[in-house]
Design a protein around this ligand. Sequence first.
Ligand SMILES: *[C@@H]1O[C@H](CO)[C@@H](O)[C@H](O)[C@H]1NC(C)=O
Length: 352
Amino acid sequence: MSSFVMYGTLLNLFLLLIVLQFGSNNGSPTQQTLDLQNPNFFNPKLPPRTLSSNKKFEGSSDLVNLRYHMGPVLSSPINIYLIWYGKWAPSQQLLIKDFLLSVSTFNHRAAPSPSVAEWWSTVSLYTDQTGANISRSVLIAGEYSDRKYSQGTHLTRLSIQDVIAEAVKSKPFTVDHKKGIYLVLTSVDVTMQDFCRAVCGFHYFTFASKVGYTLPYAWVGNSGKQCPEVCAYPFAVPGYMGGSGAAALKSPNGDVGVDGMISVIGHELAELSSNPLVNAWYAGEDPVAPTEIGDLCEGLYGTGGGGGYMGQVMKDRDGRTYNLNGRRGRKFLVQWIWSPILKACAGPNAMD
Ligand SMILES: *[C@@H]1O[C@H](CO)[C@@H](O)[C@H](O)[C@H]1NC(C)=O
């Protein structure tokens, strides 16, 4: 039904009223309210994404053997150091920073429910062996711009550590080996080893021989031009899907590449916090290819997801899809996270 919902002209509104009137005779609950201020809920059908290697866990907690391996989690207030690699528009930087800063925004007036902070409350359920939870406080402690592509426009898993080494050598940007995590964000023109083919983002820690310290870091790239159908999914879908009825969704902030990055940043931030040295929370026997708390819920954004559906999410007046509210009126679409309590994927926009 939601495909009929179009706003803009009175005529459309009139047609909509007719459709709703007609629909209500069928007794379908989604059609009984017409409140343009409130979001529409819908559950789009989507093809499984290319990288959905973890779909086998979907909806089946019996198969999930998420275990704690005695390593640390990020239990102190988390200081994020942002490294902007390549060319970034200030508006794109602002959008990503608003997402990160929304993690600690508990004020319901600043970010109404379902909020990014509520989404993070699933992450903060994870503890270390002393019983300390992952921190609910996340702040941006420093920013560094590598506008001149110090390591070129093609990066590898190793050369990304040189990017971080370069950044921590610069003045206001420090080596914060107690509370710091380093987030390297590459612009749309930067290619990365395995980007698109196998990864949209990853996290690991730096080697002392390269950076001087063991620092947890994550990398996420802007896929807007390279492979949006893989990494900015579901705001872009593969071309072959064209005729099958699965259409790309309108992204919450009108920037397919950056809106797509935000879900990947959320995924990596959750995993970095629960498995910063790759010896804390993961499923599977292989620490080289751990299945972590974000991997378990890839592609799930709401209740009723799985089997080709992304779950109940919201659509605003302009048809933009989202499931979380952030600070300054921002909206985001971010995947759910595995809850150690529910033993299932969880998010604050759950309907039940
Ligand atoms: C800390 O983790 C425990 C165990 O998962 C949970 O019961 C508790 O609610 C968490 N506290 C916070 C503040 O998230």
